[in-house]
Design a protein around this ligand. Structure first.
Ligand SMILES: NC(=O)c1ccc[n+]([C@@H]2O[C@H](COP(=O)([O-])OP(=O)(O)OC[C@H]3O[C@@H](n4cnc5c(N)ncnc54)[C@H](O)[C@@H]3O)[C@@H](O)[C@H]2O)c1
Length: 364
């Protein structure tokens, strides 16, 4: 397990999926759980969000060892108020409990026209667009407010130290015969993972994203990785901060989970998420032309002449579609360090060395 001279790989998505599924089956997951985790992580890579893809496996294996991730746990409905469901994720795999929470919400929204789902106490639920796409596949509109409970990295607008997480917001609109419009982003100006990439490469980040521990603006990513720690800034000044705060409160408090503050700070490397989702059936509105209106708007916007150096205008979700097409055809790129970390995590999760080597040989 010490071969660090692995070339940059392009791994076919299907082979990567089998590898991830096997890792979790060896760790003790049921085949269904292993499948849902692999579906989610590989789709994040295919969509171009490597920060939320298979590179998370080592951190999940560490969470399992710390007792912060419970295998084979299921979403538990703790309160059923008809159009409002409160669901406990019982520290289960986010890839399972969020999937189950959305299934409950979808079923209810189809019946009632709308369903709000508060999911709390879930281990990392990953790329939030995945959950919006699950709703869109069922023909439903959704929006999602998420907090990263107890894991502060971002300073409030006007503040100088980290007080809350990179709290993602997501909204999606299904399109007839096309992939849905999906807006899905962290409310920090840049993702924490991007500061790590810059730090490891020894490069600076663009101005406006980071401050030092005393509030001085900086372009040095080391402030996120070396003491004294600085902070990420929210995107869009007070507006991004306001959205992050609403993600914290709607996601963390309204779900019956918790917000980030002194007494809830996470002591291990586990990432815990709470998410409040609102799922809507577009057919319940008196809006028979909603699809045509949305398509006409997208067409209108995309007809804008592009700025110098800009290739095309994308609607929300289209960059991910384009990456899925490219990576689906050419494989998922994985850097050697991440690949080695996944191999080590596979060994730690109980996969035999021979089995790992068998997979790796087959992938080369
Ligand atoms: N579970 C968690 O705790 C957690 C925390 C933070 C972020 N995340 C996830 O991290 C992922 C990455 O977040 P991010 O902030 O780095 O995303 P990002 O900055 O890449 O923004 C992605 C969004 O912007 C759209 N977009 C990107 N480029 C565009 C362009 N040129 N024109 C039009 N639209 C464009 C995409 O379609 C997508 O909706 C997300 O999937 C998010 O859910 C998860």
């Amino acid at each position: 397990m010490t071969d660090t001279k692995i070339p940059e790989l392009r791994i076919p998505a299907e082979a990567l999926h089998t590898y991830v599924r096997t890792i979790w089956e060896r760790a003790g997951s049921t085949p269904r759980e292993a499948q849902l985790v692999a579906d989610h992580l590989v789709m994040a890579n295919l969509s171009g969000h490597d920060s939320h893809g298979v590179g998370m496996i080592p951190r999940y294996v560490a969470s399992l060892a710390d007792g912060e991730l419970k295998l084979n746990a299921h979403a538990e409905i703790v309160r059923d108020a008809g159009a409002v469901l409160t669901i406990d994720g019982v520290k289960g795999f986010g890839q399972v409990v969020a999937y189950e929470a959305m299934e409950h919400g979808i079923e209810r929204a189809k019946k009632l026209g709308v369903c709000a789902v508060g999911l709390r106490n879930a281990h990392h639920i990953g790329r939030i667009g995945h959950w919006a796409e699950q709703c869109a596949k069922a023909g439903l509109v959704s929006f999602h407010f998420v907090n990263v409970a107890g894991d502060p990295l971002v300073a409030p607008f006007g503040g100088i130290d980290r007080r809350f997480g990179t709290n993602p917001f997501c909204a999606a609109f299904p399109r007839d015969g096309k992939t849905p419009l999906v807006l899905d982003f962290a409310t920090s100006g840049i993702a924490y993972g991007k500061t790590r990439v810059a730090y490891n490469k020894g490069v600076k980040v663009a101005p406006g994203y980071l401050i030092e521990h005393d509030g001085t603006p900086t372009v040095e990513p080391k402030v996120m990785h070396e003491e004294p720690f600085g902070s990420l800034l929210p995107f869009g000044l007070h507006k991004g901060f306001g959205l992050a705060a609403m993600c914290e409160i709607l996601g963390g408090a309204l779900s019956g989970g918790y917000t980030t503050r002194e007494s809830t700070l996470q002591k291990t490397s586990a990432i815990m998420n709470c998410m409040t989702s609102v799922i809507l059936d577009p057919n319940a509105f008196d809006a028979p032309a909603a699809q045509e209106e949305a398509e006409a708007f997208i067409e209108w916007v995309k007809a804008s002449p592009v700025q110098a150096g800009v290739e095309r205008i994308y609607a929300p979700g289209e960059p991910e579609d384009a990456r899925r097409e490219e990576r689906g055809a050419n494989g998922v790129p994985i850097d050697p360090t991440t690949w080695q970390q996944i191999r080590d995590a596979a060994a730690a999760s109980g996969m035999a060395g021979e089995e790992i080597e068998g997979f790796v040989r087959q992938l080369r």
